[in-house]
Design a protein around this ligand. Sequence first.
Ligand code: GDP
Ligand code: MG
Ligand code: ZN
Length: 331
Amino acid sequence: MAKFGKSPTGSFNPKKNKTLPDSPTAAGSLEGWVSGVFSHKCLVWHGGTEYLCLIKGQVVREERLVAGDRVVFMPEPGGKGAVQARLPRTTLLTRAHPDPHRRGQEQGQPLAANVELLVIAAAIQQPPFHQGLVERLLVAAAKTGLEPLLAVTKVDLDTTGAFPQWAAYYQHLGVKVVGLSHQHPASLIALRDSLAGRVAVLVGHSGVGKTTLTNQLCGAALATGTVGEQGQGRHTTTAARLLPLPDGGFLVDSPGVRAFGLHDVAPQDLARYFRGLGGSDLACGFRDCLHRQEPRCAVRASLSSPESADRYARYLSLLKEVEENQPAEAW
Ligand SMILES: Nc1nc2c(ncn2[C@@H]2O[C@H](COP(=O)(O)OP(=O)(O)O)[C@@H](O)[C@H]2O)c(=O)[nH]1
Ligand SMILES: [Mg+2]
Ligand SMILES: [Zn+2]
């Protein structure tokens, strides 16, 4: 059990967050936030205290819990308890199952529930900035109804001026961008302000500095990795953890993803979620136009600048990926 001096939901505004505040329920049971999940147990935050809870059989069978879930639990002495039920989720961020053999058959792998903000963590170096992952996460945010925020980490390693270029590129697409370095605490101010009172998840490759950031933002001491000889961060976080933010709200630190495959995105919907392709009101000749070779395609007709051609090329490569991830057709 861990006790924090200040209630994690102290300045929580349920109207603004659309998520429920901690509140007592019938017969001594409480509502809380799942902050870590193990095989048959989980951690639950309530009123500044983290309870180690058993997950009851029915909950295990019917609902796999994930960090950010809201649950009803019965507290027991010694900071323990038992989860009785999961409350409905406002959002659920999932990715394609990392095992290619299970892709398309499974429901996708849940990463976090009830978050409203997806913080895409990408290092400028060590590991190198991976634009493909940023693009997939932007699509996942749009599909899940989450606000995206691009957090470019390790800007102290930027020797080529790459950060201002990436910042301009994504700001132009309407994405909020912050540049961070753990050596310069002042670089965290803008992110801290954006997170205050909200429920957010940090997603990005292993070694980009997500846990370092979580520790700095939440005043926690989760184990971080060391940079290996190949400049890759070692995989240290094994499970997602939710922590209270000092100004209210919560942050979920997710385990580093080696890949984030888009799950459950239909090819004809991709353009709607993809930024910089002309928006959703493009009038193509066919309603289910994939903007590839179809006649009277408004997207292709609008490609007049190098920037739009760049976005279109990225769209096409993501479209191919989304098509390959579709469930195999039954026959
Ligand atoms: N140069 C530099 N290194 C950082 C920064 N943030 C984190 N690191 C290092 O990157 C490595 C991986 O950090 P970690 O937080 O475990 O990454 P995670 O896998 O994304 O959670 C650690 O050795 C950190 O010390 C930063 O802003 N600049
Ligand atoms: Mg980590
Ligand atoms: Zn089209």
